[in-house]
Design a protein. Structure first.
Length: 379
């Protein structure tokens, strides 16, 4: 209970202060995790319950983003988003793999390092875009489309890496899985839109809190469904929100988004604070670790920036594609999952695991700061 109160108190306060001074709230909350977590003060030891609250917060954040966007706006930027995602994944995968081999990692460890660097944190990116009021802007639409595709590509890279290293990869099975994922996400969208259209007069148009509860339960249910099927929790929640938003009338949608914003404000700190609490600074004193961490962080950020500059160069000028690339730089839950699985399966060492965690935290801090700075220059 003490951990719950401390994370809620410091996380919400840090977000309020950051917004007041025009800084990304995600960065402030990650820093709170660094300070009150095991790395420094050790006031909190986040358990599974608090991690679950954090996952719920990110899930609802993505669901809310889906409701705001709508399918039409997202599809309009789909090809640009696909190019940004694919190129960012290629640059980060290749850069991480080559750098890891140069550092001295064995081949299987280098594969997992490259795969970990590919995964953008859609939760952090959406949080900052929402704060900067860019969700409905073309930049926001491209970034979210790219981040969703990026999330799916990263998880398939994990499946490929595991299959290659364990000699269990079946190309036909993998191709079938990709098609199945596309069908599942399309069905989630269609089902949620149908639910709203069939129930609008009786449920989703009711006043708070009944309509809000219906939306939250729907997003959570479909997020849980995709996770149990081996896909991303947040992608399932995003497509559920996309379907709900597409079926709702604009006035109802805007009202529900405002109501969800309050709920997200209370839950999201649990995710970002816990990310910050996972740092292990002691490992930096070991030989070669500073080089590894800094190298991985530079590749993680520059790879996504290059993907944005090349993939979105037609969006005009230089700063817009640069901001798109920077918005893909934050890392979070998916990167930590890939690194954790690689360590659990014996493919990466403890030192590399720590380096990847520190890289994730560094990207979670630097990405939003760069996003805020570039966004102000576009005004």
């Amino acid at each position: 209970m003490q951990d719950f109160i401390l994370i809620l108190l410091f996380g919400v306060s840090a977000a309020w202060l950051a917004e007041r001074f025009g800084q990304p709230t995600a960065v402030a909350q990650v820093l709170v995790g660094l300070i009150i977590g095991p790395p420094l003060l050790g006031w909190i030891e986040p358990g599974e319950e608090l991690q679950l609250l954090g996952q719920l917060g990110v899930l609802l954040l993505l669901g809310m983003a889906g409701m705001q966007l709508g399918l039409g706006q997202l599809a309009r930027e789909g090809w640009t988003g696909f190019r940004v995602a694919l190129l960012g994944v290629i640059f980060c995968l290749a850069g991480g793999y080559v750098f890891a081999l140069w550092w001295g990692s064995p081949l299987e460890e280098a594969v997992y390092i490259g795969a970990t660097l590919t995964a953008t944190s859609i939760g952090i990116s959406v949080q900052v875009l929402h704060q900067l009021r860019l969700i409905d802007h073309r930049i926001g639409r491209i970034v979210i489309a790219a981040a969703v595709i990026d999330d799916v590509l990263a998880l398939y890279l994990l499946a490929i890496a595991h299959g290659v290293l364990s000699e269990e990869l079946a190309p036909a099975r993998l191709a079938g899985s990709i098609v199945l994922a596309a069908v599942i996400l399309a069905l989630i969208f269609v089902t949620c839109r149908w639910l709203v259209q069939r129930s609008d007069a009786r449920l989703f148009s009711f006043q708070y809190p009944v309509s809000l509860l219906a939306v939250v339960l729907t997003i959570v249910a479909f997020g849980w469904l995709t996770e149990t099927m081996g896909y991303s929790l947040v992608v399932g929640g995003f497509f559920a929100g996309l379907g709900l938003g597409d079926g709702l009338e604009k006035a109802h949608r805007n009202r529900l988004v405002k109501q969800m914003d309050v709920l997200v404000l209370l839950l999201v700190p649990f995710f970002f604070v816990i990310v910050g609490s996972r740092a292990e600074w002691g490992a930096l004193t070991d030989r070669g670790m500073p080089v590894l961490v800094i190298g991985l962080l530079l590749i993680a950020i520059l790879g996504k920036i290059a993907g944005g500059l090349v993939g979105a160069w037609r969006t005009g000028g230089f700063r817009t594609p640069l901001l798109i690339g920077v918005s893909m730089a934050p890392r979070g839950e998916v990167a930590l999952v890939i690194a954790g699985l690689g360590f659990a399966q014996g493919h990466i060492s403890h030192h590399v695991l720590v380096a990847l965690i520190l890289m994730t935290i560094g990207a979670a801090l630097l990405g939003p700061l760069l996003m805020a700075r570039l966004a102000r220059s576009l005004e």
